[in-house]
Ligand binder design. Structure first.
Ligand code: TXA
Ligand code: MG
Length: 346
């Protein structure tokens, strides 16, 4: 199959909508990452998503909508008050809510679970596509399973070339990390995957919030995954990533040591850090993730892909405070590091 990358003008959005309605896949930009979309009500179309990504069948998809009226067809029972309040506050935006699933939705979308994750994206191209297709769109991130999520059309093409007919190119994604996933079938609502809508922002609306234990720790055999996606290998660059935390000074010192050890062993290394800290590492190879957490979130996945392109063997990443957007950064970095984390102390 030939994959075309097209600008998101009226004509191509209309074509993309037709492809979705005809049971085909289209990759499209959202404010978080690029999605790989199919008609959520068409089981055969959704099956194609799992095939194109090489995604395990037990990992449920997020269903995207552009209007609140679409919720009734997708969910069962009364919408919880907390869900209504969170939607009013943060939709459209980088928030996915887990709700009771309606029988209309094919089981494959939610991997057989009784719940479904639903999100209303704010990106104009995503919204235009949803309107053109006229159906809810099931879409995971548009990467091959296990790879970092794509934040540009180029990333999507690298993973999906020949597997899907069309990629709508909407430029770089603004948030850069996938949406916050929050379970609102229970109170207090529970964050299953942290993202651009922080726990503090949820608590402000819901009164309280819980954070799932697996956000910052690995799943062990026998653990039940509240968010099945968290148990799969994720974001993994080819090189070995180690996450280093501790005081700013101790962290820099420990990273420099690890870097020098790697080089002495004949390996190439690179340090992921904030721009203003690059100078601490002298002559060593660094990659700036921007100047603050927002910029780091936006650039993290591109940086991980770049480490692969540069053929870096040993990637040394500085940790973030696991708070606010930092919680989302640590959640992704820990998985990219397969939970290899070193505390450099004070
Ligand atoms: O920002 C995003 O959320 C992007 C864009 C395209 O919208 N999508 C995305 O999808 O990141 P994906 O499939 O890569 O991640 C979906 C996550 C997984 O961790 C999955 O386990 C969780 O959401 N999830 C989906 N439905 C769920 C459900 N019913 N219960 C618990 N977790 C669910
Ligand atoms: Mg994904």
């Amino acid at each position: 199959m030939k994959t075309v990358v097209v600008p998101p003008n009226k004509g191509f959005i209309a074509q993309a909508g037709k492809l979705i309605k005809a049971g085909e896949l289209v990759a499209f930009p959202t404010e978080t990452v690029y999605g790989l979309g199919a008609d959520a009500l068409d089981a055969a179309a959704v099956e194609k998503i799992f095939q194109a990504k090489g995604r395990p069948g037990d990992n449920p998809l997020i269903v995207h909508i552009h209007a609140m009226s679409q919720l009734t067809e997708l969910t069962a029972g009364e919408l919880p008050a907390v869900a209504r309040d969170l939607a009013a506050a943060y939709w459209p935006g980088p928030l996915t809510m887990v709700l009771e699933k309606s029988g209309n939705l094919p089981a494959i979308v939610s991997a057989g679970l009784g719940t479904v994750g639903i999100r209303m994206p704010s990106h104009e191209v995503a919204r235009a596509l949803l309107r053109a297709a006229g159906v809810p769109i099931a879409a995971p991130s548009a990467n091959l399973s296990g790879r970092p999520s794509p934040t540009s059309a180029q990333h999507v093409l690298l993973d999906m070339d020949g597997r899907i007919p069309m990629i709508l190119d909407g430029g770089e994604c603004e948030v850069g990390l996938e949406s916050t996933v929050v379970d609102v079938t229970r109170y207090p609502p529970r964050v299953l995957r942290p993202g651009g809508v922080t726990p503090q922002m949820i608590a402000r609306v819901a009164g309280e919030v819980e954070i799932d234990a697996h956000v910052l720790s690995p799943l062990h055999d026998g653990d039940l995954a509240a968010s099945p996606g968290m148990k799969h290998r994720h974001y993994a660059p080819a090189g070995e990533l180690t996450l280093v935390t501790g005081s700013p000074k101790a962290t820099a010192r420990r990273i420099a040591e690890l870097y020098d050890e790697a080089e002495a062993g004949g390996k190439t290394a690179c340090i992921l850090t904030l721009a203003q800290r690059e100078k601490l590492f002298g002559w060593r190879q660094t990659h700036a993730l921007g100047e603050d957490e927002r910029q780091a979130a936006k650039g993290l996945f591109a940086a991980l892909r770049q480490m692969d392109e540069l053929g870096v063997d040993v990637i040394l990443a500085e940790g973030f405070q696991a708070d606010g957007l930092g919680l989302a950064l640590m959640n992704r970095l820990l998985r990219a590091a397969s939970f290899r984390i070193i505390d450099a102390g004070d």
